[in-house]
Write a protein that binds this ligand. Structure first.
Ligand code: RB5
Length: 145
């Protein structure tokens, strides 16, 4: 079965989200776009929470959140137990986010990186597989008791 990717952005990430949707159209990925569908101003936590709920409900495997910097989206997403959101600015980070941190959400800043770099970051994220082993113990320690 194709990997199910859910994506969402605020107005600051809208243009990059649209670029990435086009770039990934030919990839073996099933894309759900939760919006926004135009550039008018919205509050990024609303989109982040909707995307996290989609993943936690089992309706998507991985998520992509884009805002101006990626910072607000990552803060909001990481409030959800079971979501591990990684704000990445290069392809090595996104590959490691999957392989070592078992990240299930990638956050990008639409005002920080260009579309070609962003596409490479996303492709590494999608291609990476969680390695488990010693990393599982560390991930277990992330959540505060
Ligand atoms: C919106 O102007 C901007 O604050 C938002 O896109 C994001 O960068 C927040 O972290």
């Amino acid at each position: 079965m194709a990997l199910r990717l859910v994506m969402a952005s605020d107005h600051g990430g809208f243009a990059l989200k649209e670029d990435l949707k086009k770039a990934l159209a030919s990839a073996d990925v099933l894309i759900t776009d939760l919006g926004v569908h135009e550039e008018s101003s919205v509050d990024y936590p609303d989109l982040a929470h909707a995307l996290c709920d989609t993943i936690l409900d089992g309706e998507a495997d991985l998520g992509l959140l884009v805002c101006g910097t990626g910072i607000g989206m990552s803060m909001a997403a990481n409030r959800h137990p079971g979501i591990r959101a990684a704000l990445c600015t290069d392809p090595y980070m996104s590959r490691m986010a999957r392989e070592h941190n078992d990240a299930n959400v990638l956050c990008l800043g639409g005002r920080v990186i260009g579309p070609s770099l962003a596409e490479n970051i996303v492709r590494e994220f999608l291609d990476g597989n969680y390695e488990g082993g010693r990393h599982a113990r560390r991930i277990d320690k992330i959540d505060l008791r």
